[in-house]
Design a protein around this ligand. Structure first.
Ligand SMILES: [Ca+2]
Ligand SMILES: [Ca+2]
Length: 525
C-alpha cells in the first residue's frame, strides 16, 4: 500500500477519489464470500453446479513426450481442481498404469496417482474429488483397479452409489459428498466389445488395443501424429459403444463397476437422453461443443433441449487431441451450455486457464460454483448487459518485472478483457521509464469502457504485458467474474502464469498487497 500512497500523493490531481477510498483488505472481489458458499450448500444436485475440472491430470508437460506422475495430480488438487482424469492401461506387472496412450509419455503406476488423491484431495477444499477414468484396461486389471480403490480409499473416502441409484434422477449435492472420492467410468468397455454373449471371452480381445507406450525407436513424428489423432477418436468414442445398459462381465471387473457412481453413456438425441431411467454422463470434445453452441444460438428450441440435458445429466467437455502442447480452448462456450465438467489442460498456462482460475475463485475456492438460474430453467438470462468503465491509474511493485526485458526497462501496458460470448477488450498505452525505484512504477490514468453482454457468465481479465517487437510477454494477470467485480477504487493483485503472486520482496506470498505487483483500478458500472 505504501507505494500507492506515495504515487497517489503525486498524482492526486488526476484522481477524483481520495486515497481513503482505497481498500487493501478487499481486492477486486471478496474472496471469502460465505453467502455464496451457503447458496451452494442447499444446491440439490451436482448437475446444478460447474466444477473445476482438469484434463489428462497425470501429465507434466506436453501431450506427446510429457511425464506422468502423482505430483501432477497433487498440484491440481492443491490448486483446487476437483475433477481428475486418469487414462488407464494394462500395466506390465499386472497392475494398471496411467499414461497418455499411444504417445511417448512416460507412464506412472495408477497407485501413485490414487495415493496423491488420498493425501492431497481435501487439503484446499472439502468438496468431492471426481476421478474420471479413460479406461483401456482389461477385465483382470479392472479387478485390480477395484481392489486398489478399496485399499487406498479404505477409510470411507470412496463414495458408494446407494442401491438403485442408477434409476433415480437425483445426483447428490457437492455438500453431501464432502470428503468423498467419486468415480466416473464407462459402464461398458470397448475392449470387451465383441466377446461372447455368455461373457466367457474375457481372455481374448475383440480389437487390438493401442499400446500404452509408443515404441520411440520408430520414426517418431508421423507415428505420434497418427496416434494422437487416434487417441482423440478414442476419447470421443468413450461413449460410443455404450448404450447405458449393464453388460455381462466377469465378476472380477464388478469390483470396479460397483464403485462407479457416475456412469458414462452415449445418446443419439436429446429425446433419448431424457428417457433414460437415471442420470448419466457423457463426454464431448471441443469441436462438438462448438457445433452444439452454434445450433443453440441459431435455434431456441435446440438451446432449451441442450439446457434440459445439461440440467439432468453431467456433460463433460474436453480439449481436442490436436492440442499436443497442452493448450486449451476458451471454456466459456462449454460453460454457456451448462456443461458441468469443462476439462482443461492445467499444464497449459494460457488464457483459458486464467479464466478458469477467475471463475473458480468464486464461492470461496470451493471448486464448485452454482450455475446461473437461466442455465437451469432454459429461459434467457434476465440480466441486462452491463457497461463497465475501468480507470487504470497506476501500477505498484513493478520491480517484480525488472528483468522482463533484456536491454531496457520493460514496456508495460494493461489490457482488460470481458471474456464470454461477444467479449471485447481495451488496453492502455505503454509505460517504460526505469527498472527499479519510484520511476519504475507505471502511471497510466487511462479510461477503458467495456460492455458485458451476459454478466451472469462473463469474466473480467486484467493482463499486464511487456511490449516486444515480436510477441508481447505476459507478466501478470488477474481474473474474476463480472458479478463479483466490485465498484470503486481497488487494488488488483497480479498473478504469474503459474498462478503465484508476482512478488518482488523475495517472500513466497504477500501479507500486504503492496508486496506483490498490483494495479490500482477504479471500476464504475
Ligand atoms: Ca485422457
Ligand atoms: Ca519489451
Amino acid at each position: 500500500m505504501f507505494h500507492y500512497f506515495c504515487l497517489l500523493s503525486f498524482f492526486l490531481s488526476f484522481v477524483s477519489n481520495t486515497i481513503d477510498d482505497v481498500d487493501d483488505e478487499k481486492v477486486v472481489f471478496d474472496e471469502t464470500s460465505f453467502s455464496k458458499l451457503c447458496s451452494l450448500l442447499t444446491n440439490p444436485k451436482i448437475t446444478f453446479s460447474l466444477s473445476e475440472c482438469s484434463h489428462n491430470s497425470y501429465l507434466e508437460g506436453n501431450q506427446l513426450t510429457g511425464v506422468s506422475s502423482g505430483r501432477a495430480v497433487k498440484d491440481i488438487l492443491l490448486h483446487g481442481g476437483r475433477v481428475i482424469e486418469l487414462d488407464c492401461y494394462d500395466g506390465p506387472k499386472g497392475t494398471p498404469i496411467v499414461t497418455h496412450g499411444g504417445t511417448a509419455c512416460k507412464p506412472v503406476e495408477l497407485r501413485e496417482c490414487l495415493q496423491a488423491i488420498k493425501e492431497f484431495g481435501f487439503v484446499k477444499t472439502p468438496y468431492p474429488v471426481i476421478v474420471t477414468f479413460e479406461n483401456h484396461v482389461n477385465v483382470e486389471q479392472r479387478g485390480v483397479m477395484g481392489d486398489l480403490l478399496e485399499e487406498i480409499f479404505c477409510d470411507g473416502m470412496l463414495y458408494r452409489p446407494p442401491e438403485g441409484a442408477g434409476k433415480k434422477e437425483e445426483w447428490p449435492s457437492p455438500n453431501q459428498l464432502k470428503g468423498k472420492v467419486v468415480i466416473r467410468d464407462k459402464l461398458k468397455h470397448k475392449q470387451d466389445a465383441k466377446k461372447g454373449k455368455n461373457g466367457s471371452g474375457k481372455e481374448k480381445k475383440a480389437k487390438k488395443e493401442k499400446p500404452a507406450v509408443l515404441d520411440t525407436s520408430k520414426t517418431l513424428a508421423p507415428d505420434l501424429h497418427k496416434s494422437i489423432m487416434d487417441n482423440e477418436d478414442d476419447e470421443e468414442s468413450d461413449d460410443d459403444d455404450n448404450d447405458g445398459e449393464v453388460v455381462e462381465e466377469s465378476n472380477v471387473a464388478d469390483k470396479l463397476k460397483n464403485v462407479v457412481a457416475i456412469g458414462n453413456a452415449k445418446f443419439h438425441g436429446f429425446d433419448e437422453a431424457q428417457e433414460w431411467p437415471g442420470v448419466k454422463s457423457c463426454s464431448w470434445n471441443e469441436k462438438k461443443v462448438e457445433k452444439m453452441v452454434k445450433k443453440a444460438t441459431a435455434d431456441d428450441s435446440e438451446r432449451k433441449d441442450l439446457l434440459a440435458f445439461t440440467k439432468r445429466h453431467l456433460l463433460r467437455c474436453y480439449p481436442g487431441g490436436w492440442r499436443v502442447l497442452s493448450d486449451n480452448a476458451d471454456p466459456n462456450a462449454a460453460w454457456s451450455i451448462g456443461a458441468s465438467l469443462v476439462a482443461l489442460n492445467f499444464q497449459g498456462m494460457d488464457r483459458p486457464i486464467f479464466m478458469n482460475r477467475g471463475k473458480f475463485a468464486d464461492n470461496g475456492g470451493a471448486g464448485y460454483i452454482k450455475k446461473p438460474k437461466f442455465l437451469l430453467d432454459g429461459k434467457k438470462s434476465g440480466a441486462l448487459p452491463k457497461k463497465i468503465s475501468f480507470n487504470v491509474l497506476v501500477g505498484s511493485g513493478w520491480e517484480a518485472f525488472k528483468n522482463a526485458d533484456f536491454l531496457n526497462a520493460p514496456d508495460t501496458y494493461v489490457k482488460i478483457s470481458i471474456c464470454g460470448k461477444n467479449g471485447s477488450s481495451g488496453q492502455t498505452k505503454v509505460f517504460s521509464e526505469a527498472r527499479v525505484g519510484p520511476k519504475a512504477q507505471p502511471v497510466w490514468n487511462e479510461q477503458i469502457e467495456l460492455e458485458s453482454k451476459c454478466p451472469e457468465l462473463d469474466l473480467v481479465l486484467f493482463e499486464v504485458f511487456d511490449q516486444d517487437p515480436d510477441l508481447d510477454d505476459l507478466l501478470g494477470y488477474y481474473c474474476c467474474t463480472v458479478q463479483n467485480l466490485q465498484k470503486g477504487l481497488k487494488c488488483v493483485p497480479l498473478y504469474d502464469m503459474y498462478g503465484h503472486h508476482c512478488m518482488y520482496t523475495g517472500k513466497k506470498r504477500p501479507e500486504l498487497y503492496g508486496e506483490c505487483a498490483s494495479i490500482l483500478v477504479e471500476c464504475r458500472y
